[in-house]
Design a protein around this ligand. Structure first.
Ligand SMILES: Nc1ncnc2c1ncn2[C@@H]1O[C@H](COP(=O)(O)OP(=O)(O)O)[C@@H](O)[C@H]1O
Ligand SMILES: [Mg+2]
Length: 371
């Protein structure tokens, strides 16, 4: 059954598992998009099931979605087969070294306040994931551990297309981790900077974020750290909310199950978050952060653009922002009004729920479209 290979050498076909790892390698090296890798693998699997001797390179060289040079593919296969193609388990910090049994761990793709996020693939089925774990030096830090646990507890309750899905969570090597579906694409900040979507599209994204957050609230989860960095825009344009490390879980039976993690992201923090009043923090805090997000959506800048946190905090606590239309002339009055209402300093003056916010926004958009 053995046939000449693209590089002219007759080699036995690697087992499917190996082909899958090679496909993952090609995706990681940005040689082919994930969808091509998946469909090419599927074709290899089907044709082998029919008794054909076929290698992944042959399918790819034929060009699913644009041909790849066979010689180049040969080189890539060699590179893949050389030891050390991925980070060796021994080089990975604590929990990741253990997780490397079940996941093929790739590069770090993000590191925010308290964790490192690695891109990875689940070995058993090749599903791309993001693993969030504490840094080695933070593994015993109780506040950071609580953050991971909080994230796992919150996400375990949430199933919504606008919220990142959790696949696994647990403790290894004395510290905690969460495994999330990997969301391709980019965060909202870089999406706005790079793609420069028009007002209608920006509003559409924001509107979907409102739906996702309203869903979280209905399920007893406050996010408390909503910002453009914590929202990813998938390639199909769907926004997904992530980073529930500061989430608060409201449980009617248990009361508050989480102790407070204090700070969020300065620009998006509500006055009550800055003041650190625990009792004052409820779903209207998310309404405020969403107001900041809407402000940026409309005006292209936050309500208070201060570099230094102390100056920023002072203004958030004491001032009312200018209308978005002061920066973006032509912004409809109803959108201005909805935005400023969400940004009221006193929670009782804001929208009392995200659903109410969404209704006002729908109204404003409908009026805008009638104009
Ligand atoms: N599921 C995911 N898919 C893709 N990228 C992710 C995912 N989760 C996190 N990231 C990336 O890692 C960064 C940090 O993750 P995040 O959950 O925000 O942690 P932190 O609390 O440290 O800010 C994110 O801004 C994002 O770029
Ligand atoms: Mg974050």
């Amino acid at each position: 059954m053995d046939r000449p290979q693209p590089d002219g050498v007759r080699r036995p076909e690697p087992p499917l598992d190996e082909e899958r790892r090679f496909a993952q390698f090609l995706v990681r090296e940005s040689r082919i998009p994930l969808e091509i890798a998946t469909s090419a693998l599927e074709e290899v699997r089907e044709r082998r099931a029919r008794g054909e001797a076929i290698r992944l390179e042959q399918v790819l060289a034929r060009g699913v979605g644009g041909p790849l040079d066979p010689a180049r593919l040969g080189e890539l296969r060699d590179k893949f087969e050389r030891p050390g193609a991925g980070p060796a388990a021994a080089e990975l910090p604590g929990p990741l070294a253990v997780l490397a049994r079940d996941y093929e761990i790739g590069e770090p793709i993000g590191s925010g306040g308290f964790a490192v996020v690695h891109r990875a693939f689940r070995r058993k089925d090749g599903v791309p994931v993001a693993i969030k774990a504490l840094r080695e030096r933070d593994r015993n830090d109780p506040e950071r551990l609580r953050g991971i646990v909080r994230e796992a507890l919150a996400l375990r309750r949430l199933f919504h297309r606008g919220v990142v899905r959790i696949l696994d969570a647990g403790m290894v090597a004395g510290t905690a981790f969460v495994v999330l579906e990997h969301v391709e694409g980019e965060n909202l900040r870089s999406h706005l900077d790079r793609a420069r979507p028009g007002l209608r599209e920006r509003l559409e994204i924001f509107r979907r974020v409102l739906d996702a957050v309203a869903y979280c609230h209905r399920n007893g989860i406050l996010h408390r750290d909503l910002s453009p960095e914590n929202i990813r825009i998938a390639p199909d344009g769907e926004p997904k909310v992530l980073d529930f490390g500061l989430a608060r879980i409201l449980d009617p039976e248990l009361g508050l199950t989480s102790t407070d993690g204090s700070a969020g992201t300065p620009t998006y923090m509500s006055p009550e978050q800055i003041e650190g009043v625990r009792e004052g923090i409820d779903h209207r805090t998310d309404v405020y952060s969403l107001g900041v997000l809407l402000y940026e959506t409309l005006a292209g800048r936050p309500p208070f653009a201060e570099r230094h946190p102390s100056a920023l905090y002072r203004r958030i606590l004491q001032e009312s922002p200018e209308s978005p239309s002061a920066h973006a002339p032509g912004t409809p009055a109803a959108l201005d009004a909805a935005c400023l209402k969400a940004l009221q300093r006193r929670p009782r003056d804001r929208f009392q729920s995200v659903a109410e916010f969404a209704a006002a926004l729908d109204d404003a958009i409908a009026r805008m479209e009638r104009r």
